[in-house]
Design a protein around this ligand. Structure first.
Ligand code: ADP
Ligand code: MG
Length: 234
């Protein structure tokens, strides 16, 4: 079986600073992968590279059989990227935001798709309200709906729980759980070990640009907390 994402000898330098050093990983289709790591570990750098937004300094990435160095456009068709800086238009309504994005893709029945997505994220009743009236949790849910408009099979989520309250975290998690059950491959980053643990099939820890932990085991929160702090010390 081929892997969905293959990362080989990946390096990224910002002038003299090494943000990613010699990273290797093979990720399986349909897995929910959570990449933990403190601030500055290189999580966003890695996700931007995988999402084609940033070029690596060295190494190779293959996503769904497409070489990142050669087939950027093919990769863009099958991935979605959500960062905590949402790409929403504050003065447009939730529906208008999705409708606008849909015009970039050749989607049949865009109104139906937008309506369905708003239902899936629990914002259908608020579809005609401008985004500026939304809570951060609602905006985050709309951001993911925005990314789902062309039904990408791989989702990269950079610290998606940032700035969400408990209720926001829970409703966002239930959306992720739904996406996981639909077979999407999900790669999420977080600096908070209280997040993302339950949904994960695979846990990774990045520290100072190095992958210092990578396992498919399931851990209880307390157990994983111990592992996390002990690998960061080394
Ligand atoms: P994380 O997302 O885990 O907090 P980042 O990938 O944002 O980590 O950053 C990794 C390292 O690279 C940090 O030391 C950060 O200061 C540095 N860095 C990130 N982006 C840039 C940039 N555009 N120019 C220079 N250094 C950067
Ligand atoms: Mg980051």
């Amino acid at each position: 079986m081929g892997f969905e994402i293959e990362i080989s000898n990946l390096k990224k330098n910002y002038s003299y600073l090494t943000a990613i050093s010699d990273l290797n990983a093979r990720l399986e289709k349909g897995d929910f992968i959570t990449l933990f790591g403190p601030n500055g570990a290189g999580k966003s750098t890695l996700l931007k590279i995988l999402s084609t937004l940033l070029k690596p300094s060295e190494g190779n990435v293959v996503i769904s059989g497409h070489d990142l160095g050669k087939n950027r456009n093919e990769i863009r068709k099958i991935i979605g990227f959500v960062s905590h800086q949402n790409m929403l238009y504050e003065n447009l309504t939730a529906f208008e935001n999705l409708k606008f994005i849909s015009t970039f893709y050749s989607i049949k029945k865009p109104d139906e798709i937008c309506g369905k997505l708003l239902q899936d994220i629990g914002l259908y009743e608020r579809r005609s309200d401008p985004v500026k009236t939304f809570s951060s949790g609602m905006k985050q849910r709309l951001s993911i709906a925005r990314t789902l408009i062309n039904n990408p099979k791989i989702l990269f989520l950079d610290e998606p729980y940032n700035g969400l309250d408990q209720e926001g975290i829970e409703s966002f998690s239930s959306i992720l759980s739904d996406l996981k059950s639909k077979g999407h491959t999900i790669f999420l980053t977080t600096h908070n070990i209280d997040e993302g643990l339950e949904l994960s099939d695979r846990l990774m820890i990045l520290n100072k640009g190095k992958l210092v932990f990578d396992q498919k085991n399931i851990y209880r929160k307390e157990e994983f907390k111990e592992i996390y702090f002990s690998v960061l010390k080394n």
